[in-house]
Ligand binder design. Structure first.
Ligand code: ATP
Length: 289
């Protein structure tokens, strides 16, 4: 098959954080973190097609830039320059992951672009090399390349794969506000955080397949900033628990909240209640994958 007709499709999965701790603020403005990452079943779809020259992005999302500001563009440029690719590429993004939500949607698109173009142009770069390139685009990109359940340390790029978290049903709710990750980290008083989530205990619970051990240790220090500013986050958490969730937490820098359920029926009922109460517009019942 010639490159002109060569197309390739990849899914880009969203993540949630089962645990997110900030150890300290670094001199360069980044934060040292310890996070338990988990891929979930919500995904974008990216289609890549070789073209004569340039990088062209199209998308069904009315909210995203399609030029150099799109993380897909950054990833495509970095990979084609590093791999000395002479051809161009057309990329179409079908967006499903909520934007600016704390679910790494942009990072996951960037990861899928690195993986997809490495295949499309037969560059033969190792996953490790792609992860090294990925961190230049964003701290969550290396994890998005790896996927699954993992401990992420450093600024998020030091990854330890963990066994799959115990199977459960997830209700994911994104209230109708957008939160910038940068804003949240800038407003975090890292030295003043007095309650740190038990990341090591969470890791052990996952290794032991202990779902109630996992739900007992859900914790995210960024809630001190985002949930403080947006009370709807606390309201969603409370409602999820009232509707039978084993645990509930804000993901990443928010505002997305997830609830962990044993039964799909309960999660679906809770979804209807949240919808009726107008607490969130984007609601998904899904799984850890
Ligand atoms: P994270 O959990 O990594 O902080 P997030 O869910 O909070 O991610 P994203 O949706 O990844 O946030 O991206 C937020 C910002 O990045 C938005 O302002 C958006 O305009 C910009 N952006 C650039 N490219 C993309 C993309 N392909 N998908 C989503 N957002 C993108």
């Amino acid at each position: 098959m010639s490159h002109e007709t060569n197309t390739l499709t990849r899914k880009a999965y969203a993540k949630i954080n089962l645990g997110l701790d900030v150890v300290r603020r670094l001199e360069n403005g980044y934060h040292e973190v310890r996070m338990i990452m988990q891929t979930v079943g919500i995904h974008d779809v990216l289609t890549f097609k070789a073209a004569q020259s340039g990088i062209r992005i199209t998308t069904d999302s009315g909210e995203l830039p399609v030029g150099e500001d799109n993380l897909i563009y950054k990833a495509a440029r970095l990979l084609t320059e590093t791999g000395n690719v002479q051809e161009g590429v057309e990329i179409h993004l079908e967006k499903h992951i909520p934007i600016a939500a704390g679910m790494a949607g942009g990072s996951s698109d960037a990861a899928a672009t690195l993986l997809g173009l490495n295949d499309l142009f037969s560059l033969g770069m190792s996953e490790e090399r792609l992860r090294e390139l990925g961190v230049r685009i964003g701290a969550d990109v290396p994890y998005c390349i790896m996927g699954g359940t993992a401990l992420a340390e450093g600024i998020g790029e030091l990854l330890t794969p963990l066994p799959p978290a115990p199977p459960c049903v997830l209700l994911i709710a994104k209230p109708d506000i957008q939160v910038s990750t940068q804003y949240v980290y800038e407003h975090l008083d890292a030295a003043g955080v007095w309650q740190h989530p038990d990341i090591d205990g969470m890791r052990l619970a996952i290794e032991n397949g202990d779902l109630s051990g996992v739900t007992a240790r859900l914790g995210n220090v960024l809630e001190t900033v985002t949930a403080e500013r947006y009370p709807v986050i606390g309201q969603i958490k409370e409602e999820m628990l009232a509707q039978g969730a084993l645990g509930s937490l804000m993901s990443g820098s928010g505002p997305t909240v997830f609830g962990i359920y044993r039964e799909e029926k309960q999660a679906r009922q809770a979804r209807e209640t949240l919808k009726r109460q107008g607490l969130a517009r984007d609601l998904f019942v899904t799984y850890n994958v």
